[in-house]
Design a protein around this ligand. Structure first.
Ligand code: KIV
Length: 281
């Protein structure tokens, strides 16, 4: 899916699937899959670096992951996440982070929340870099929220969320992520907005769904409870590692004959391989 497909989205349209990716290898899988678009989320701080929250993500870290993903993904929208506090240091420094992500290959940025950075969102949109909004449970607000809790449960906070969603649309966001809000509220926002609403832990009524890739593949040990695992990744990969270990310890791998065959094939393929492939394979 390209940015123009988002602009041309008419409801009810086909559901949109988005996954996160942070590295070249898994981003290449996302690129080859039917998934519509790729988010380089600040969840990288947790999933890739083992931090307890997304607050540890920095502009440099996000740019590094964005560049790796952008090298793998062509023909699909790559969205880079603006990390904690990067929107809050004034327009100039905020635009430096935007530039860092754009030059790393992000074709759009995602920004959590609205209060205090509405003008920045308008400025980025008017600078011709599309912006995806993000409301509901905004993990960068962890210290204020006091935990990862469903948002918009009472009337006042639900109304505020609806107002903010409309405001983000008015400011030119091309899509909105709604995280961990009641399904009825997500449905209401989805019906009110013209732009596509992509939910996570927000029920089935949104225009699309996003999941952290390592969660859906069953790789991250602490996935949220709403996640559906499409693969028992930790078990399968541990099994593969244990098979490798067993074969090394029992002198099964490498087999003598196999090594010889592989080497002759390898000599041939290396002759044609680019420098990177020759080094790594
Ligand atoms: O950082 C992230 O991965 C996200 C998605 C879960 C929406 O913001």
């Amino acid at each position: 899916m390209k940015i123009t497909d988002f602009y041309n989205y008419r409801k009810p349209g086909p559901k949109i699937s988005m996954v996160t990716a942070y590295d070249y290898t898994l981003a290449a899988l996302a690129a080859e899959s039917a998934v519509d678009c790729v988010l380089v989320g600040d969840s990288a701080a947790m999933v890739m670096h083992g931090h307890p929250s997304t607050l540890a993500a920095t502009p440099e870290l996000m740019a590094l992951h964005t560049a790796a993903v952008a090298r793998a993904v062509t023909g699909k929208l790559v969205i880079g996440d603006m990390p904690f506090l990067s929107m809050r240091k004034g327009l100039g420094p905020a635009m430096e982070t935007v530039e860092l992500l754009a030059r790393a290959g992000a074709q759009a940025v995602k920004i959590e929340g609205l209060d205090g950075h509405g003008d920045l969102i308008s400025h980025i949109v008017q600078s011709d870099l599309p912006v995806m909004g993000h409301l509901g449970l905004t993990p960068q607000s962890l210290n204020r929220l006091g935990g990862y809790r469903t948002q918009g449960r009472d009337q006042a906070s639900a109304e505020k969320l609806v107002e903010q969603a409309l405001e983000l649309e008015r400011r030119g966001c091309f899509a909105l992520v709604l995280e961990c809000v009641p399904a009825a509220l997500a449905g209401r926002v989805t019906n009110l907005l013209k732009i596509p609403v992509i939910g996570i832990g927000a029920g089935p009524q949104t225009d699309g769904q996003v999941l952290v890739m390592q969660d859906l593949l069953g790789l991250y040990p602490a996935a949220p409870s709403f996640v559906k695992k499409y693969l028992d990744g930790r078990r399968l990969l541990t099994e593969a590692l244990n098979n490798f270990d067993g074969e090394v310890k029992n002198s099964v791998f490498p087999a003598v004959k196999r090594t010889k065959d592989e080497n002759s094939e390898r000599d041939q393929s290396l002759a044609d391989a680019p420098y990177g492939a020759a080094v790594h394979r």
